[in-house]
Design a protein around this ligand. Sequence first.
Ligand SMILES: [Zn+2]
Length: 725
Amino acid sequence: MRKTLIATTVTAALALAACSDNSAPQQTTAQQPAAEVTTAAEVVSSNPLMVKSTLQYEAPNFTEIKDEHFLPAFEEGMKQHMTEVLAIAGNPEPATFDNTLVALEKSGELLTRVSRIFYNLAGSSSNPQRREIQSEMAPKMAAHSDNINLNPQLFARIKSLYNQRNDLGLDAESVRLIEVYYDRFVRAGAQLTEEQKTAIRALNEEHSKLTNQFSQNLLAETKKIAVIVDTKEELDGLSESQITAAANAAKEAGHEGKYLLSITNTTRQPVLSQLSNRELRKRVWEASANRNQSGETDNRPIVARLAQLRAERAKLLGYDNWASYGLESQMAKTPQAVFDMLGSMVPAVIANTNKEAAAIQEMIKQKGGDFELQPWDWEYYGEFVRQAKYDLDENEVKQYFEFDRVLKDGVFYTFNRLYGIRFEPRPDLPTYHPDVKAYELFDADGSSLAIFYADYFAREGKRGGAWMSSFVGQSKLLGQKPVVVNVMNIPKAPEGEPTLVSYDNVTTMFHELGHGLHGMFSDVNYPTLAGTSVSRDFVEFPSTFEEDWAAHPEVIANYAKHYKTGEPIPAELLDKVMKSRSFNQGFDTLEYMSAALLDMEWHSLSADEPLQDVNEFEAAALKKHGVNLAAVPPRYKSAFFSHSMGGGYSAGYYAYMWSEILAADAFAYVQQQGGLKLENGQNYRKNILSVGNSRLPMESYKAFRGQEPTTDALLIRRGLKTKVD
Ligand SMILES: [Zn+2]
């Protein structure tokens, strides 16, 4: 998804899942399905999902698949998978790599196939029937997964292999597979005594109750605190259509004749850049920032208890705190590594934020204001500063980015220059919508690598944002080559007119095909380790790395041409586009970093610490790291920090920036090595793109780069530091 992490953290949150492979986990298996009326043989004969597709690389035959095929295929898939897993767990022979891990890797073929096809279509082409299937399958798939991960016989076999993993004469990838399986089971609690398991289950139950309550409170309160405005005059700065929408929203909420401004999820609110009425800006900002910190929907007691409860859970599993537990399976490895990474950026970020604040304060003065800059003023006066500095007309820019040219002469061209690959149209392969185009990917030596579906245009039933996913994963063990899709939401021009693309979407096309190549260049044995199955703080690296090619001089010269005249984009206009991208990056980076630090601090508490006072804890944490600027509050405060408290990003909010650091460092390194050329592409492909999760990510990075990354290139990329060399 979108790459400038800061500006799009929420989208990015969804994107991370979305941006990587979004199919259901592979080695989940299930409960006993209800007895089927039809026999297995009858089902198989009439349901195309039940058998491998005979199309190239098992590409799904979309013309034959109907929605009514999914549920029976899921049921049968879970049944088959469970039978296989129980046979592996109950095998009377001692555990061997083949009879346990290879067998597990080969199990669940049908369930994997139907999951991948279904969850892809549910995201890109949803309908009521598919949504119903999704709701029905969610708890069943979760239970299926638990039944496998908590199977003690199965864990005993994995553990015995783990203990002798270096004496089995296995290759490095196979040893890595054992480690990945072992960690997964241990982290789920497989090692605990019965008593500890009971304690964990109790903590889990309380945890799920509290996170659910947190989200419910947040949802209720965010609705309740919408700002009601009495007069149209107060809305000065909004467009007519925004005002009409506000009037309609007020009417719907029972405030006919007034205007309603709803509150979005972050501390900062988009309307603050438009509203000229300072009192109203303040009301909007305070409604947002003080959210869930009083009354019945006060989330602070929940935050305090969640932090404590996670620390207790970590202690049971043998860790000092929740962050240590969470980071062990990530590239960062330890909380200290994250604190060091963020800490090394603080001085440059603060210096830039102060500069931005000074420019805004000056603008306030110019506009006749006599007050000190407050958080609710930042965006409004910042917009004047931006206009004064850049004066960029998006519509003028778009005329140089015509869709077909961007794809062929920009994206495909770059990847041909870097990796020697070619994308050939395959109109003979069925797709799931007429807008979706199929390609076959060929390597430099002419050999065929993968099938790629390009699904770029917005349409009804498609979830927002952009992502990459796979219909078929790569595995030498299973003899499978990748079948990959990129999905975006570019507004399509009417029939017969060229589609013009924003520069933002141009970089997203590079980004998503970056994920795509991570999937399509995968060259590993085991499906569990293939392609984008890497840690959360690594997965956005290969995609973000490709973004900056969009602006590389040789690439730009090849594709950024006026859609009518074919004239190249004027240097001055291009310069403005690039410069405007670093506008307000001090603020954007700081508000993100503050939230990431807050998330890490909450989850660095040990189980022995008392319940914390949330506001005091928050203030102390920001002060400790030197990021407590009054005008730039954290992107989320604890009471409405869903990623950290309600969702699955506890001790993980830093991950977006971690990936971007790798991407920026790698891209800068490649430029030093001569930029757009095959040798660079081959090094990157061999050490990063083709290895999936078959070795530790930092090992891969050092193999490619010769050293660990630093944050310098990221700061330069964001315009927060000037080039030294
Ligand atoms: Zn992405």
